[in-house]
Design a binder for this molecule. Structure first.
Ligand code: AOS
Ligand code: ZN
Ligand code: ZN
Length: 389
């Protein structure tokens, strides 16, 4: 069956905002090698200049998430002004307690009060930045955990985590949110202090209404039904944001929709079922690294993949699906679901883009713009994706 998006569905699609990570524009790699890319940004201002290219060609990527201290600058108001001059906006501030020797055995969970305070203070600094740039979300991902049974007191660490998060939460104002991201392994391999949505949910629920969970699609054991978790957190009013990416094996941080586009579709169906991308406030963030591909087109491909799957999720005939579900008609229900997933929306989206003054084919338009060779000539000595900060 051929299905096309209605004007109303296109309008809903037009409200999709994707938040792109500043760190996607720096060089990154694995523990084996970091390949440098000519033209890599030399500072956070240049990362924003590159991020704005994604928005220029797609009309998506209006918001850019920053990572502190990777994106350390003297003047955050100037960084926000620079973003706005480029037509984008700074968004989520991501904290970082995973690169400091002091936090080898934990940060917000640390046994040593002085070191735990240092980790809390780091988050206070992030909140100062948020206040300067007018950011809503403080996102916390912790590398805290242990490698060997017996190494750590699992329960004591949960208690200290709760106390640390409470202090951080209390520092936020009424318009700001604390977003806690979970991950079941890495860099710790025996236990992680926030391994799963249940732990994240328990921790944020104890804090208050403005504490929510971030679901990174690469942070689950193989075979996990991620869309079920999306549904449950939305149902509980506790899903605050996504870190979208795709993975084949571990936390691969590959282009969203590259490994398993059907999973992305299923997730977006639950987002629609839960109220859509703007209700409740849900940050559609990407958390990706481009190790071997060019970074700006890597991000353009990513936001287009999200948009395309969002369009297909909008095409799902919910009334017919509901009727088939109620009738116990398993195969018709599945057919209706697959019909939406298998609809090719690319041509319609290209026409729609053109009608909004955007390039029909953003990947090609960017490639033809010559931007990559321009920055390769202009910029020398780009930094890594923040690790050099
Ligand atoms: C780490 O695995 C997480 O996905 C975090 O979101 C982290 O802050 C981000 O990936 C940057 O390294
Ligand atoms: Zn993440
Ligand atoms: Zn991750």
């Amino acid at each position: 069956m051929t299905r096309t998006l209605t004007q109303q569905q296109l309008d809903t699609l037009g409200q999709l905002v994707i938040e792109i990570p500043s760190w996607a524009f720096g060089n990154s790699g694995t523990r084996f090698k970091v390949f440098g890319t000519p033209g890599t940004p030399r500072d956070p201002f240049e990362k924003l200049t590159d991020a704005a290219e994604v928005h220029r060609y797609t009309g998506l990527g209006q918001v850019v998430a920053i990572h502190y201290p990777w994106d350390r600058v003297d003047d955050y108001a100037a960084l926000q002004r620079h973003a706005r001059d480029l037509g984008v906006e700074l968004g989520t501030v991501n904290s970082n307690t995973f690169q400091d020797d002091d936090f080898k055995f934990g940060s917000l969970t640390h046994e040593d009060d002085a070191l735990r305070q240092k980790a809390i203070d780091h988050h206070f600094e992030c909140i100062d930045i948020m206040n300067t740039i007018g950011s809503r979300d403080l996102k916390i991902w912790l590398a805290d955990g242990s490698n060997y049974p017996g190494q750590a007191d699992l329960r004591g660490r949960q208690d200290r985590l709760q106390d640390s998060l409470q202090q951080i939460y209390d520092r936020l104002d009424d318009s700001q949110r604390l977003v806690l991201e979970y991950k079941f392994f890495e860099p710790a391999f025996y236990h992680t202090d926030v391994p799963d949505w249940g732990t994240a949910y328990a921790q944020v629920s104890a804090l208050g209404e403005r504490a929510v969970v971030c679901l990174d699609t690469g942070h689950h054991a193989p075979g996990t039904n991620i869309e079920f978790i999306v549904m449950q957190l939305l149902r509980l009013g506790k899903l605050g944001s996504f870190d979208f990416n795709s993975r084949f094996y571990a936390d691969d941080d590959l282009i969203v929709g590259a490994a398993d586009p059907y999973q992305l579709f299923r997730i977006l169906v639950e987002v629609m079922r839960g109220g859509g991308w703007n209700s409740p406030d849900l940050a559609f963030m990407l958390d990706q690294c481009h190790n071997v591909e060019d970074k700006i087109p890597g991000q353009i491909r990513s936001v287009l993949n999200v948009q395309e799957m969002a369009a297909r999720a909008l095409l799902l005939d919910r009334d017919a699906l509901g009727a088939a579900q109620r009738a116990g008609d398993v195969l018709t229900a599945n057919e209706i679901f697959m019909d939406a997933y298998q609809t090719d929306v690319r041509e319609q989206l290209a026409e729609w883009r053109e009608s909004r003054g955007l390039a029909a084919n953003p990947m090609r338009a960017f490639a033809e713009s010559g931007y990559l060779s321009k920055i390769a000539q202009e910029r020398v000595g780009g930094q890594q994706a923040g690790w050099g900060a």
